[in-house]
Design a protein around this ligand. Structure first.
Ligand code: NAD
Length: 328
């Protein structure tokens, strides 16, 4: 299969590209190397994908370019059977500070991908959405029919992207599916997220910092589970035109997470509390029943087991990853 992965040098896009190439597919990774965090992590991801391509029957090409460039997207989508659209400005705080830029990238990019996919009659577009579409919980865990009331411009762009995908499915018969990822972690993860931040600080004798009182809860998803869900959807039309939660179905408070990491790496450290950040969701927790039923999705790890594995990976890759995490 020829697969275009937008945001292919990023954390999740990189894991997807690597898995697709390893399975013998022909992958084009598009990325504009947005300097949201240290670009060395993305370069590492690209090298890893190239190494996997060399060792497998897969093909891998990196294209440096922007999802806002409609002509480029049209050209790349025309050469793909499937588009796995991950490129976005992630992170809720950036969207509060720079809502126009985030809307241009997240929504403008999505419309470019969908328009091009209709033109070229792509087999399927799989889009990265987010638990941020829910915003305010009326009940937990979130099922896909829970009301959506995002609390950040980022969440609004993701929800609007889902609606565009549904409308393109209804209007043009384009097979689309949106995956609502719940906070994703694992090897090469973005440095500006709680788990990588806590691990890095504890390894360096610095106390983990919690914004707010730490009672906010999160469903953390191991990146391998995100990859599995996307792999299933390369060949399944079970949920075309629809959305699916992809989470761990487990959840943990940020305080408990910080304590777990601290107790394992630096029990002598106190935890520091700072003022809560605006636009952060209070609680996220995924029901994955719909994904279980439609694509046999099964989360592979408890959060505790996954965090333990991430710490092992961090330790083994500390030499190159840590300086890049800390410079972000
Ligand atoms: P990431 O920042 O590591 O990856 C996104 C990639 O997109 C980056 O490499 C970036 O350079 C690229 N990009 C940004 N703007 C671009 C543009 N204009 N043109 C081309 N490329 C561009 O983030 P991630 O965590 O890998 O997130 C991937 C996707 O998953 C995003 O759509 C994000 O919104 C979504 N998501 C992530 C999480 C999470 O916890 N990581 C949770 C929910 C949803």
């Amino acid at each position: 299969m020829r697969i275009l992965v937008t945001g292919g040098a990023g954390f999740i896009g990189g894991h997807l590209a690597e898995a697709f190439v390893g399975d013998g597919h022909s992958v084009t990774a598009l990325d504009n190397f947005e300097p949201f965090y240290d670009l060395g992590i993305k370069r590492h991801t690209v090298e890893q994908c190239r190494a996997v391509a060399d060792a497998s029957n897969g093909e891998y090409e990196l294209v440096e370019g922007d999802v806002r460039d409609a002509d480029l997207i049209s050209e790349l989508v025309a050469d793909a059977d499937i588009v796995v659209h991950q490129a976005a400005q992630a992170g809720v705080r950036t969207s509060v500070d720079e809502p126009r830029k985030v809307t241009d990238i997240n929504l403008g990019g999505t419309v470019n991908v969908l328009e091009s996919a209709v033109e070229s009659e792509a087999d399927r577009v799989i889009l990265a959405s987010s638990s941020s579409v829910y915003g305010k919980p009326q009940s937990l865990p979130y099922t896909e029919d829970h009301p959506t009331e995002p609390v950040s411009p980022y969440g609004v762009t993701k929800l609007a992207g889902e609606h565009y995908a549904r409308v393109y499915n209804e209007l043009h018969g384009l097979p689309t599916v949106c995956l609502r990822y719940f906070t994703v972690y694992g090897p090469r993860m973005r440095p500006n997220m709680a788990i990588s931040n806590f691990v890095s600080r504890c390894y360096n004798g610095e106390p983990p910092v919690i914004y707010g009182d730490g009672s906010q809860t999160r469903d953390f998803t191991y990146v391998e589970d995100i990859v599995d869900a996307n792999l299933s959807l390369l060949t399944s039309d079970a949920v075309d035109g629809d959305v699916l939660n992809i989470g761990s179905s487990d959840n943990i408070s940020i305080r408990e997470l910080a304590e777990t990491v601290r107790n394992q790496l630096a029990p002598e450290l106190d935890i520091v509390y700072e003022e809560a950040r605006e636009a952060d969701a209070e609680h996220t927790h995924a029901s994955v029943e719909k994904a279980r039923e439609s694509i046999d999705y099964e989360p592979s790890r408890s959060i505790e087991a996954g965090v333990g594995e991430f710490i092992e990976w961090y330790d083994a890759n500390r030499e190159w990853y840590e300086p890049l995490v800390q410079s972000s």
